[in-house]
Design a protein around this ligand. Structure first.
Ligand SMILES: Nc1nc2c(ncn2[C@@H]2O[C@H](COP(=O)(O)OP(=O)(O)OP(=O)(O)O)[C@@H](O)[C@H]2O)c(=O)[nH]1
Ligand SMILES: [Mg+2]
Length: 199
């Protein structure tokens, strides 16, 4: 008989006791969405599997349309099914088709890409209008690439993205780095708790 590892036990329990929340991970191309999802998966793996190791660098390719991962963080009330959407211009027009039934949004910003902050602001405002009728959907702003010196900090980002203009949905900014993992677990656990409270 094979050994059942804790992750597997957790997954089996989840099938019976818990459901997962549907979340879209969205943002401009190269903002770090796929790296963020892979980092979160790696950090959760480290929580459950003694043989797991911290992955130093993820090699990613531009996401073609979407990729889906369901991740079960320890101690978080809900597992998260993350829809990692491609951020290239031609793919952005498809984002709205993935918003049906969504319970949370993670909008990823490359805080080192100051030239495209205005474009990110436009896309975020457009998105908030598309989901605005359902104000119980929290929007998490992942202020990514904080490992790069001179990246925009939280306060600068709130201003640059005109976040106070978003009044239809609850939003919160998390400074983080998908590269180092800093802030990643806190952000997803907060999202899981917020969605759970709204249920
Ligand atoms: N320094 C640094 N680089 C990062 C970080 N997160 C992602 N990157 C890099 O940013 C580049 C793009 O990352 P992806 O995760 O592929 O970006 P994406 O948002 O999924 O891009 P699309 O799929 O094209 O929409 C890669 O070279 C990553 O290594 C981070 O926190 N810090
Ligand atoms: Mg991607």
């Amino acid at each position: 008989m094979g050994i059942i590892f804790p992750t597997k036990i957790r997954r089996i329990c989840t099938l019976y006791n818990e459901s997962s929340a549907r979340v879209v991970v969205i943002g401009l191309d190269s903002s770090g969405k796929t790296t963020l999802v892979q980092r979160f998966k790696n950090l959760v793996d480290l929580q459950f599997n003694l043989n797991a190791s911290f992955i130093q660098h993820f090699i990613t390719e531009p996401t073609f349309v979407y990729q889906v991962e369901t991740i079960y963080p320890r101690l978080a009330p809900l597992a998260l099914t993350l829809w990692d959407l491609g951020g290239e211009e031609k793919t952005r027009t498809l984002w709205r088709f993935y918003l049906t039934g969504v319970q949370g949004v993670v909008f990823v910003i490359d805080c080192d890409d100051k030239e495209r902050i205005a474009l990110a602001r436009e896309e975020l405002l457009k998105l908030s209008k598309q989901i605005g009728h359902s104000s119980s959907i929290p929007i998490i702003i992942a202020a990514n690439k904080q490992d790069i010196i001179k990246s925009l900090c939280k306060e600068e980002l709130i201003f640059a993205l005109s976040l106070p203009k978003i009044t239809s949905n609850e939003w919160k900014v998390f400074e983080m780095s998908a590269q180092t993992g800093g802030g990643v677990m806190e952000m997803f656990c907060h999202l899981s708790e917020t969605i759970h409270k709204h249920q």
